[in-house]
Design a protein around this ligand. Sequence first.
Ligand code: ADP
Ligand code: ZN
Length: 724
Amino acid sequence: MIVGVLVELSNKNIDKIFEYLVPHNLEDKIKVGVRVIVPFGKMTLEGFVLEINSVKSTEKELREIISIVDLDVVLNEELLELGKVIQNKTLATLISCYQVMLPKALKAKCGSKINIKFDTIYKLNNYDINLEKLTTGQKAIIELVKNKEKVSKKELVEISLSSLKTLVKNNILLEEKIEHYRVLYKNEKYDKKELSSDQRMVVNEVINNSRNIYLLHGVTGSGKTEVYMEIIEHYLSLGKTSIVLVPEISLTPQMVSRFQQRFGEMIAAIHSALSDGEKYDEWRRICRGEARIVIGARSAIFAPLKNIGVIIIDEEHSDSYKQSDPNPRYSAKDVAIIRSEYHNCPVIFGSATPSLEVMARACKGVYKLLSLPNRVNGKKLPLVKIVDMNEEMKKTQGYFSNILIESIRHCLEKKEQVILLLNRRGYSSFVSCKNCGYTFKCPNCDITLTFHKSSNTLRCHYCGYGEKVYKACPSCSENSLSNLGVGTQKIEEELYSLFPTSRVLRMDYDTTSKKGMHEKMIQAFKNLEYDILLGTQMVAKGLDFSNVTLVGVINADTSLNIPDFRSSENTFSLLSQVAGRSGRSIKEGFVIIQTFNPEHYAIELTKTHDYLSFYKKEMVIRKQLKYPPFYYLCNIRISGKDDNFVLAEALKIKRSLERNLNETIILGPSAASIYRINNIIRYNIILKYKKTNNIFEILEKIINHYKTNNKIKIDVDFNPSQML
Ligand code: ADP
Ligand code: ZN
């Protein structure tokens, strides 16, 4: 028997199938999709069996595989095929496309070995025992085991270890090992809600015409989550499974707990806070069909579920669904569509502020548009007030306008709660000298260092470089260094001086880095232990607090100033999201947005919650500037150590593209906006095109041309989410 094996070395050069012989004693255990250990040159490598053949295709003498790693396949037929499609769409190596699908515990390069854990349990073997012959300890054990199906070792050892041993030796008790899962789910009581007629219509549309791709455009608080759960329940009753993607699961604990309450052990929630062992356990529960609803961030789209009934992508506009680094640079939304074709199931993209790409497809009828235009129970969307900070800065010193201060005071008096957003996108706190203007930069990268108060250090967020903060400026020696840019800590201080008796809960990267902290904070705020929740982007999403009646945005503009064609879209969407946290229950909500650009349409239109007007305006601009959704983009990154060499090769590539591509706009090469990272120089060439034509073929040729050249690295990113 001969097998084709793809080895675990992500190198363009050897990303192909190699043939091996299978020793006779392993023949009946070998399957397509299991991992094997093989000799490779002088190395021993792990690889995936992709083919089983009866004849060899080369003249060369074949070597034998050493052993088989898995009893069961780790990549089923569907996923093996999916990997090939992703390879074609991203031009990454096939092995990287398979690796991205598997939990870390299954990767050869995973540092520590992750084991399956077992519990020892006991069952009664012989029911007709003569109790009189037994000791008291033995009797107590039998009593316990008799009434339960299985009892753990720990419980019985507490009674008597020696009695337990005797009972096992005499074959009265049977000892068994069962797998122990590290994550536990509770079955809780869940009050199912009577759906509104709008919600019911959406649910019926999906379950009756189940092959479509849908865009569910529903304002914040319109009951989208409730709709998702109803649809999932329908497919569950048909014996089918579901995938739900959320942008960042650790930031949406409220949503996950609603799913858990309703579906209990049917759920596997995969998130970054799980240990590698926990992720591995969840993955096995999914493979075995024990978990039938998977909730997770981007990579959960590869969950090895069989018989999928529906795939839901919530907050579809989030850029977290695109993997931008490393390879494969895939979009979970594309993968969802590919999987839905295999399973013949619907896909639902949900959002209050859909991405322009998805909305444009919905308007053209490629996707089917479903709307929930109103909040549940006729609740109104909150009133939004936009405050011009150009005017306010003449009157006040701090970060708060008078109207925001007054509104917070009013809210606190009524014993209602406040959420404050500090928009930190594209923004970091850096240190500079007030005297000479010196700023601290990373010696390896073209980027200012970020100040970390807790450790009093300056850090580079790209290469990890760090240094202690000096008192004096290294350039002019004056003691005039200042920490520019506001952090949440500074705002918190100002809040306490304005409202000394208020209870402020600060939620940002620093305060939530400990496992479980984020959830605890949300619970505490819900229990009214705090009056004001102050935080970065993480307070904008998915939170549902009934007592919040005021949302304040300290600085709406920072995300507008990023040099990215999506900055207006991102700003509009962020402001709409955070505004949607206000007035979600009986009490009416109010939103105050502080900005230096009150007339900018991305800010002005949040006032009327007018997504459609925003969409129309932004589409005009995208059309003029030839951006998505009118053109596709592809970013080609050319990088290397030697400045001149990299630029010269980039120019060659550009000329070759010009010769070979028709109907394509070719921009660059231009220095990437972060020109140097870790002493690697980076140039970008950007392609804009309407039809794919021969682009994949030409780019593949270029990648292949450079694959043995270790002075140049070529990366391509189709539909990039960012082009730093
Ligand atoms: P979205 O996901 O669109 O923001 P949710 O599903 O979170 O909306 O619903 C908003 C709030 O309304 C939640 O507190 C939810 O429990 C409640 N809700 C949703 N649908 C109904 C319904 N049909 N009846 C009563 N309450 C509902
Ligand atoms: Zn650096």
